[in-house]
Design a protein around this ligand. Structure first.
Ligand code: NAD
Length: 213
């Protein structure tokens, strides 16, 4: 398969997420126009992106949701286990540790870090919580390059700087702060307002899920 352009690769997780929504909603196929509206990417770009994946939509038929999902799953390396770290074991951090991706996505939180002595040195839902001073060592030993940031907004940038200095290459940022980072580091912001709007979009366009599905 030809190498996928970077811009296309960046859109892959967006497509993957929405196609999963569609699958859950029981849809077998989707047109580029429908997808364009949902993910806010113009349909010509989607068609061009999909052509890199060897997926050619048919006029009046669209794309097969299942086969696109199978392709994305493979390309997004969902079939290998990736360890990630979590920084800040407070309300949200605890919730994420308890969830821990349910082992289903082949991603798991394998180390957590905090400054609070009450929680460091404990194990939360099977995940050890280390003091910040151990971060560099643990990330190296566990070969972790991706970390979830769930600290208070006021310290988000300084903690992100520490993570980056320790070798983190990707940050899933749950704080409302926009993190400044070198170009070699990718930041993905989780914006709950945006997610809620997406949900409302799906309800408006596809309606609620039917009981039998
Ligand atoms: P919290 O205060 O309950 O937890 C923050 C944790 O970070 C604490 O355990 C604290 O000890 C730790 N911490 C503080 N300074 C640190 C540092 N310098 N290094 C390492 N750890 C440090 O806060 P929360 O409610 O879990 O929210 C965390 C972040 O997520 C905030 O930025 C918040 O805006 C955002 N957020 C929270 C929610 C939510 O539902 N709670 C939802 C969306 C976004």
């Amino acid at each position: 398969m030809a190498k996928i352009p970077q811009a296309t690769a960046r859109r892959l997780p967006i497509y993957y997420r929405y196609l999963n929504f569609l699958k859950d909603a029981g849809k077998e196929r989707v047109s580029s126009t429908e997808l364009a509206e949902a993910v806010k990417i113009d349909s010509a770009t989607i068609r061009r992106d999909f052509s890199y994946f060897g997926a050619l939509g048919k006029r009046g038929y669209g794309y097969h949701v299942d086969s696109l999902l199978a392709f994305f799953k493979k390309t997004l390396s969902q079939d290998k286990l990736t360890n990630v770290a979590l920084i800040g074991v407070g309300n949200l951090g605890h919730a994420l540790l308890n969830f821990n991706f349910h082992q289903s996505n082949n991603v798991r939180i394998s180390a957590a870090f905090d400054i609070n002595d009450d929680i460091t040195g404990t194990i939360q839902n099977g995940v050890p919580v280390y003091p910040m001073a151990d971060m560099q060592e643990q990330l190296t030993v566990q070969q972790i390059e991706v970390a979830i940031l769930t600290v208070p907004a006021s310290v988000a940038q300084s903690v992100a700087d520490q993570m980056i200095a320790a070798g983190v290459k990707g940050i899933l940022n749950f704080t409302p702060m926009r993190i400044a980072a070198p170009e070699t580091v990718r930041i993905q912001n989780v914006d709950l307002t945006n997610e809620l709007q997406t949900l409302i979009y799906f309800l408006d366009h596809f309606g609620p899920k039917k009981d039998e599905e």
